[in-house]
Design a protein around this ligand. Structure first.
Ligand code: OOG
Ligand code: NI
Length: 477
């Protein structure tokens, strides 16, 4: 009898890939290894503290399984062409990661837009929520024609995927987007090569300088032989504590935490980073040179970042967040850096900070679960409140906020700025026009429209409601 071929599950392959990437990045950027250690220690202490406290105070981060937390990372890559994006999409599909959301980075003066590849099934997110924030260059936004031509010329020539990797992708697709255990053993290192650091640049020193003078991001995207991953971010349950520990470990931490201020009920995402490292690079002396004569230089783009995740907010909740963020920015313009946090905290007093209130005002998404703590006879119906709210009040149903699994473009922009030294230039160095979002352009380049972020949370909430309605019908009737 023929032996059954056994395939590795996408969840398992993603975990192996993420672990291999983490190992690679630790070797490339040893400070990342130190950061992961700090985060693990603080997470363990936070978990211990919350399990010792009863009831769990709502000042702690949202729950996450220890398995998930230990593995949880997001990375970021910057791609130059639609071909690169399409191929990366094929790689991530094998790892069970699909494009989610559209991020317009032109709002921060960057000639790029982005999506995030991540799992879409809750069970897969629980196993390993590995995500990769993936940006794509928008050459049409570059003001300088010379810079555009030079960047596109370099990108046209580079090959960031090996032939073996491309073959394996074709094989995986013919097998139903999956690989055998044997194939996976080759796939992981071959795929990792596309995202590894190469100190021999694809550009000459002059080309690199010309692009860097136009914008540092352009040099980072176009001058190298790979789409090197530029950071890998562990998730912490207490970003304030990790930030302090990073400072005492002597890391050059960014001055402010991006995202909402410290709250009792965390929402969205808070992030901070330590500044980019200077890495040694060898450049070819001229485009035609055989590489015997090299010029030594350096490049600054890669960094370390941490994040604390809170509840996903509804469009109404997001609108309030964006409004308060704008108000905070206007009020803190010109203020001393150390006063900014207090100003932001003050403005954000307008954002409810109680889970029940947040839910009742429709500001957050929740998952609903039937817990049925009481007997049916004890249920006292009240004509005015909604059925759902009464079921929650009477202990039949439990509502838990859904964790925000995505990103924030303004925070991303803040992280970009602090790591590219572009603060040396004016805020909008390329003179980009605001409001030039092009989601159709990204979908064309990707050959697929990323899923709408709100639709995803709405579906998760909806599915939980459907599930408990069927439980309720069997149990209460
Ligand atoms: C991506 C920055 C975005 C985040 O956490 O918001 C990001 C980049 O620097 O390429 O990773
Ligand atoms: Ni990041």
């Amino acid at each position: 009898m023929a032996q059954m071929t056994s395939f590795i599950s996408a969840d398992e392959l993603r975990t192996e890939f993420a672990l291999a990437m983490s190992k690679m990045y630790k070797e490339e950027v040893p400070l990342y290894g130190d950061l992961v250690k700090i985060v693990h220690d603080i997470n363990a202490a936070t978990v211990l503290q919350t399990t010792n406290t009863d009831p769990i105070p709502d000042t702690v981060a949202l729950e996450a399984s220890t398995e998930r937390l230990t593995l949880e990372r997001h990375g970021a890559i910057r791609l130059g062409t639609p071909y690169e994006l399409q191929t990366v999409r094929r790689i991530f599909a094998v790892l069970g990661m699909q494009p989610m959301g559209y991020y317009d980075l032109s709002v921060a003066g960057l000639p790029m837009h982005a999506t995030c590849f991540r799992p879409r099934e809750i069970s897969s997110l629980d196993r390993n929520p590995f995500r990769v924030f993936t940006t794509l260059l928008r050459p049409e936004l570059l003001a300088s024609e010379t810079a555009r031509e030079q960047a596109l010329g370099l990108l046209e020539q580079r090959r960031i995927f090996t032939d073996r990797l491309l073959d394996l992708l074709t094989i995986a697709e013919a097998q139903g987007t999956r690989l055998t255990n044997e194939q996976a053993k080759t796939f992981i290192p071959e795929a990792l090569l596309s995202f590894s650091w190469r100190s021999l640049a694809a550009a000459t020193f002059d080309q690199y300088q010309a692009l860097r003078d136009e914008h540092p991001i352009l040099a980072d995207i176009a001058c190298f032989q790979s789409a090197h991953i530029n950071h890998l971010t562990p998730r912490t349950l207490n970003i304030t504590a990790v930030q302090a520990a990073m400072q005492s470990a002597g890391m050059a931490v960014k001055s402010r935490i991006e995202g909402p201020p410290l709250r009792k009920c965390p929402i969205l995402l808070r992030q901070t980073s330590f500044l980019a490292l200077q890495e040694m690079v060898h450049f070819k002396a001229s485009p035609k040179s055989d590489g015997t004569e090299l010029i030594r230089g350096s490049h600054t783009a890669r960094f370390g970042e941490i994040e604390e995740r809170g509840a996903a907010v509804t469009p109404k909740g997001r609108e309030l967040y964006d409004k308060l963020l704008r108000e905070s920015m206007a009020k803190s313009a010109g203020a001393d850096l150390q006063d900014v946090d207090a100003i932001v905290a003050d403005v954000f007093k307008q954002y409810p900070d109680d889970w029940t209130e947040l839910r009742q005002q429709g500001l957050i998404y929740c998952e609903y679960r039937c817990i049925n703590k009481k007997g049916r006879d004890e249920l006292r119906w009240n004509e005015t409140a909604s059925v759902l709210e009464q079921l929650i009040a009477e202990g039949f149903v439990e509502a838990s906020p859904i964790t925000y699994e995505d990103f924030l473009p303004f925070s991303a922009a803040g992280i970009f700025q602090s790591n590219l030294r572009s603060q040396d230039k004016a805020e909008n160095p390329l003179g980009l026009q605001r409001g030039t979002a092009d989601p159709e352009g990204l979908a064309r380049a990707l050959q697929e429209a990323p899923m709408d972020i709100d639709e995803w949370y709405w579906r998760v909430q909806r599915q939980s409601l459907e599930l408990f309605t069927s439980v309720l019908v069997t149990e209460v009737s």
